[in-house]
Write a protein that binds this ligand. Sequence first.
Ligand code: C2O
Ligand code: CU
Ligand code: CU
Length: 547
Amino acid sequence: MTITNTSRRQFLQHTVLGAAAATFPGMLLAGSGSLKNQATPGFKPDVELEFTAQNAQVAIFGSGPATRVQRFQARLLKGPQQTLQQLPDNYLGPVLNLQQGQKVRVFFSNALDEPTIIHWHGLHVPQSSDGHPMYTIQPGERYVYEFEVLNRAGTSLYHSHAHDLTAEQVYRGLAGLIKVSDADERQLALPSGEFDLPLVIQDRRFDARNQLQYLHMMPERMMGFLGDTILVNGKPNAEFQVKSRAYRVRALNGSNSRIYKLGWEDGTPLTIIGTDACLLAKPETRPYLMLAPGERAELWLDFSGRAVGSKLVMYSLPFSGTLPRMMENMGRHGGGMMHNRLLTGSKFPIATFKISEKVGDSPKLPTQLVPFQRLSEKDVNNVGKPLPIAIGMQRMRFTLNGKTFSMGQVLASERVALGSIKKIRIYHDHGMSGHGSGMGMGMRHGGDGRHQGMGMGGAMMDMAHPIHLHGQQFQILRRKVDDVHRESYATVKDGFVDSGWKDTVLVMPGEEVEIIKPFQDYKGLFLYHCHNLEHEDLGMMRQFLIE
Ligand code: C2O
Ligand code: CU
Ligand code: CU
């Protein structure tokens, strides 16, 4: 049933290298590092799909040469016709429409000339179907995913999670949107069909021949890749022709590192009905919405009463504090390392909505959405001893809990009992040795604690990180920011929607975020990492072992 292959050999090697800390007992190793390339006979799928990662050329621009990309192609072998929704002329993979309760099998083939693997970001699936980089397959190899859709209705995504190659492969196109529906959602009769729009936002850089440019140099990699061309659903200068009624819009930040502050130019507030993989209990209104890499937000955009021919532009609005001040300024003055016309935190358009047709009727925004159980400290078994996710830095790499990723390594604080609900504290730990037990308490800015940044001082540490946890969705318990960062924090804070389920949370400089996460259903290794994909590839990733 389990087959030894290259991935397993790599896995073992990593384990040996990572031997300084706790590594897996032999039994677990044998089971978890092996390639799953056969269907399980007892698993009866409702949906069966074939996915292939391959090189392709797509016409992203109206003129000039096609762009070389990497793309997921998919084919429906069994299941409802609407399971796959192809996006014409696109590097994005097809939209995957799933329903709660479906059993899904995916035969995934790697037709690239480099290793890869798919991760279903937001879906709660077993370890062997989660796309852990230990399962990275070589060109020509196959991987079989089998899982049941346990998720409730919402929006997720799939993307490459290849070991060390995630950032570049996602950048070159290996990503797509997932919609999950369920009975609660169907009762709401939310806008559907042409009124249910994806809004996948990505930034890219192209050369004069329309080819994607990706840079591998430090320190740009260390800050995260930033493009100067915004693509929405795989196209530049996005314009939607909409009717004068309400739409459900599924926004996904599919960028490697760019953070957006979404808002209308005329100040109209945004209505949010879902965050990450789930709908909210009730709609929320915000003046603007922060969307960090990996995050999703479902928006209720109502164009009722707007005149035919009028246009509404969605912008990324100005904000500050997500990059080290030095980097922000460097860009602003036009010199230095970051030649970029689209500075982080500057104002630029994302997409235009043009009212093209008047319709008499529009669905009404429901006042209540889906049932929601608020978790509190009463539900966790570690109130006074939260699991740490400490953001630090060593040798020009961001770390989590003082370490970069090591395939076979799990720390004592990363072992979690199956079925438990845990409080987790995500905070900046400036890595002062000897103060390690302070757990975020003694690590205030302004003191000597800021100087691990190798030459550039502690200012290098001052970066926002979108922290993503695989497995089940979590809830945000509280946020707390220190005084030093309060001013820049004020430019983003009204754009967080923390009232629902999340799998990715933006942690600002000087900020500490406490979350509550259930670890139910599946044993095994589940990653947590920064979804700034350059950070992830540089090792800002660790894993929980649920046992
Ligand atoms: Cu979308 Cu492990 O990530
Ligand atoms: Cu994920
Ligand atoms: Cu990061």
